[in-house]
Design a protein around this ligand. Structure first.
Ligand code: SF4
Ligand SMILES: [Zn+2]
Length: 325
């Protein structure tokens, strides 16, 4: 009898019989060995503004070569990319793009970074890791756009090669993670702390879903966790929910809920709290935490004004953390 194989990449720890796939649909036990079915086979490749990740403190107004494969280790009811994230690779249109070609294409298109994104790159870990190593050698920044549901060992191996992580912190209760995403909160919190400790520049996004995680207590607890565990300088993006996938009957997040969420973040002492998916909201902009002056003015993904010079507020000289050059 061929052995059962345990995948230790994410906290599902799938135990796979011969021929069986993990919950992510892209990792399989063949002849007693674990294989990735998506190495070098992305199904989605685009050039995006880095602001779309969202990353507001990393190379503003630069282009990011962005890619994803099929599959995901979460099952978020609100997923915007469910056509690819909830599909096996046989049901998506894939191209052959080995790590060398990803780096070449990123450079040829004048991108400053490569983003592993759209689905969750944890499930195409080996492809991401090999690409990230090569990208770093070629002077590109690597962006890990993730839900951070990943085991400690592979994460520690990845950290030296990724300079930035845009993490979806989906909620702040185990119940929310279980019911909304079929995942667990605690490993995500641990992974975020590990990346922060390892010197990866982390920005967090919280999608505010009406009736699910929009209570004042949820928002305040989330902000407090960030401040206590990562400090006030880690940017937090509150993002507007749009009816999607399995939550089509819910309304979009009211603007006033997001405005209030931002106020709570600032009340709790976070320095950089943003509102996403509402163009021209003042929460799109970066303000100096010391003198309150406008530093970066954004509309959508465009930068209209940038008053950060050499990582400092041009008016008072306060250091603004991030990767600016
Ligand atoms: S990465 Fe996929 S196969 Fe591995 S434990 Fe997670 S869901 Fe299971
Ligand atoms: Zn200032």
């Amino acid at each position: 009898m061929l052995p059962i194989v345990e995948c230790r990449l994410c906290h599902h720890r799938c135990r796979l019989d011969e021929g069986e796939r993990g919950q992510c649909r892209v990792r399989i036990n063949l002849d007693g060995k674990l294989y990735s079915l998506v190495y070098g086979k992305p199904c989605s490749v685009h050039i995006d503004p880095i602001e779309k990740k969202p990353l507001y403190h990393v190379l503003p107004a630069s282009a990011s070569f962005s890619l994803a494969t099929a599959g995901c280790n979460l099952r978020c009811k609100f997923c915007q990319n469910w056509q690819i994230s909830q599909s096996p690779p046989e049901e998506t249109e894939n191209i052959e793009l080995p790590p060398e070609s990803v780096v070449q294409e990123a450079l040829r298109n004048h991108c400053r970074s490569i983003a592993y994104t759209y689905s969750d790159p944890v499930i195409f870990y080996e492809y991401m890791l090999d690409t990230a190593k090569l990208a770093k050698q070629n002077g590109l920044i690597n962006i890990f756009r993730t839900a951070a549901f990943i085991e400690e060992e592979p994460l520690l191996e990845l950290c030296p090669f990724i300079q930035t992580a845009s993490v979806d912190l989906k909620g702040i209760t185990e119940e929310y993670y279980e019911k909304m995403c079929a995942a667990k909160l605690e490993p995500v919190l641990q992974a975020v702390k590990i990346m922060h400790r390892q010197g990866v520049w982390v920005e967090l996004t919280n999608l505010v879903v009406p009736t699910w995680n929009d209570k004042e207590k949820d928002i305040r607890d989330l902000c407090l966790w960030i401040k206590e565990n990562l400090g006030p300088d880690v940017p937090l993006h509150f993002s507007r929910f749009w009816p999607m996938h399995q939550l089509k009957s819910l309304p979009p997040t009211p603007e006033k809920t997001l405005t209030r969420a931002r106020e709570i973040g600032l009340e709790e002492g976070l320095h950089y709290v943003y509102v996403g998916n509402i163009p021209e909201h003042e929460g799109n902009n970066t303000y100096c935490p010391k003198d309150g002056k406008l530093l970066i003015r954004r509309i959508g993904y465009s930068i209209l004004e940038n008053n950060i010079i050499d990582g400092q507020c041009k008016f008072c000289g306060t250091h603004i953390p991030g990767l600016w050059a």
